[in-house]
Design a protein around this ligand. Sequence first.
Ligand SMILES: Cc1ncc(COP(=O)(O)O)c(C=O)c1O
Length: 374
Amino acid sequence: MPLFDVYPLYNVTPVKGNDVHVYDDKGTEYLDLYGGHAVISIGHSHPNYVNAVSNQVANLGFYSNAIQNPLQVELAKRLEEISDCKDYQLFLCNSGAEANENALKLASFKTNKARVIAFNNSFHGRTSAAVAATDNPSIIAPINAQQQVTFLALNDIEGVKRELEKGDVCAVIVEFIQGVGGLDQGTAEFFEQVDTLCKANNTFLIADEVQSGYGRSGKFFAFQHYKVTPEIISIAKGMGNGFPIGGVLIHPSIEAKYGLLGTTFGGNHLACAAGLAVLNTLETDNLIDNVNEISDYFISKASTIPEIKNIKGKGLMLGLEFDFEVAELRKKLIYEHHIFTGGASNKKLIRILPPLSIKKTHVDQFFEALRQAL
Ligand SMILES: Cc1ncc(COP(=O)(O)O)c(C=O)c1O
């Protein structure tokens, strides 16, 4: 049976990973500045992670959400402590799209409204409401197009005010740093006014932290760079360091009810063991401090390269913008210099999403390779 051919593939076959490196089937070492699409947070095959997942699967990999699962309670406790999202409640699921799907559904249930505001160039996932809130018509099927979504430009505060005052908007969904779109950000003033307008109009502010969360922006969550209080925060990617896990943090003012949300696999024992190992390691390895140190170093080196016209993003969620399309440059970096980087819908931009454990020597290696490739 052939695979359903939906991914254009690079001709590299990674079989092993260690910290910031992956190794292909011929033993060639690659520097991973892509983190498997912002997924690898604490580093490939971190020993804490390998031990936690191996021990858990040897005991109990899965049981349903109909029984007591102390690992979920422990994960929620550690997440509250480390993220500083005091008294938020946690619902666990399996992916970023699913997290946003649950976030939008909860906003609609609780406000009894149906329209969503999203922003130009946004990406929120490929499922029903999440894809409808994604600014890419080529991935929105007719069945998704029935959702009511209005797209506005980032920083268009008058537009947000006008739409929210119509009274039918359940949620404003925001990436505080856009991922797939290309690392654009609204201003602090804009985000803070959106938050105020949401509160005034019984509309939920959903922070999509699927890519920017778990320390990647230099704070635990990217929204924490601003004075805003999201009703819902969606998480995935770095949360499991490769194990599929997602979730939504839900403001203490929002009441749960049996049956309101649910899932078979979400919050299973193995996923929680992976998620706990990630949180504990973020703390013990001081990875958020490392993000800030390496980010400054990376940006100072990028500033010395004349071909780089713009540096976007925060922390280790960075974009290098050139005045030409970068597909060939990224291929050269992979095949000639053995360095993975990310692309974006902005075709002139290289996305940098390394494991949060990256060191200055790796940054030096990248810039040496980039100079040669240019
Ligand atoms: C900001 C953001 N939200 C949601 C998603 C969807 O996550 P998943 O692919 O796990 O469904 C992504 C994936 O790239 C993302 O970057």
